[in-house]
Design a protein around this ligand. Structure first.
Ligand code: HPA
Length: 273
């Protein structure tokens, strides 16, 4: 057994010793998007700091616990507070919780993030269903010895975001009367927001939104055969004519304002899976 698999197994054993049910759907909540837990019947909360080998989040706005429970008949595990590469975790550590989820029984991952819009038709507060991503400006979490227990050395990435889930997500948003955008998420390391030239470049390269998370977790999920649905909340606009100063406070504020829509979409999608 690899050192990594041993760590994951130990983390999973600890979780199972505190909470005996499995989970089928994993949910990762981005900056300022943590209220989803109000919608679920919570059965158990475990702080990352309690779990052996679990990397601990340090960012403001991320509380750092796994929350187990149910929505309807679905068993879910929510990662309230995620880990970012810019905090100093390596790419494999960032995705560690996804592998823990896999061994807990998770087959579908719903993932959200706050992102900067670079598509000229986007506005602050828009929800963007992620149809694809560009991960080349970040470090690939599968670099290193392949973890054969999870997946292949050279995994296919032609459909990182499940077409079936995108269709379901769009149908649910339409039913609820929420306009949603669709687009490509461009992953960066952060922690700096982009320069004006970088936002422009990201747009030219095909990105619709840019953010500091998600791509590493999604790569590890797809490697492990987990289906993914992702949504970006557009919290700022990267390409504007006037001075474009972006602050973390602005991002959190915009995320909080859009949060009820995201929460409703995720809740209905969980029920529909
Ligand atoms: N750039 C990168 N990450 C982000 C942004 C942004 O503009 N907004 C929220 N997260």
């Amino acid at each position: 057994m690899s050192a990594m698999l041993k760590k994951i197994t130990e983390a999973v054993s600890f979780i199972k010793s505190c909470y005996s049910s499995s989970a089928e759907i994993g949910i990762v909540l981005g900056s300022g998007l943590g209220n989803f837990v109000e919608e679920m019947t919570v059965e158990k909360e475990i702080y990352y700091t309690e779990i052996p080998h679990f990397p601990v989040s340090t960012v403001e706005g991320h509380s750092g616990r796994l929350i187990f429970g149910q929505i309807g008949q679905k068993r879910i595990v929510v990662m309230a507070g995620r880990l970012h590469f810019y905090e100093g975790h390596d790419a494999t550590e960032v995705a560690f919780p996804v592998r823990v989820m896999k061994l807990l029984g998770v087959h579908t991952l719903l993932i959200s993030n706050a992102a900067g819009g670079v598509n000229a038709s986007f506005a602050v507060g828009d929800l963007m269903i992620i149809t694809d991503h560009i991960s080349l400006a970040t470090v690939n979490p599968l670099i290193g010895k392949n973890e054969d227990a999870f997946g292949l050395r050279f995994p296919d990435m032609s459909e990182p975001y499940s077409k079936t889930l995108i269709k379901k997500g769009k149908a649910i948003a339409a039913q609820m009367g929420y306009p949603v955008k669709e687009g490509i998420y461009f992953g960066v390391t952060g922690p700096t927001f982009e320069t004006r030239a970088e936002y422009k470049m990201i747009n030219v390269l095909g990105g619709d939104a840019v953010g500091m998370s998600t791509v590493q977790e999604v790569i590890v999920a797809v490697h492990a055969g987990i289906k993914v649905f992702g949504v970006s909340v557009i919290t700022d606009l990267g390409i504007r004519e006037e001075d474009n100063i972006i602050t973390h406070e602005e991002v959190l504020q915009a995320a909080a304002a859009a949060e009820p829509k995201l929460t409703a979409l995720f809740k209905e999608l969980v029920k529909a899976i």
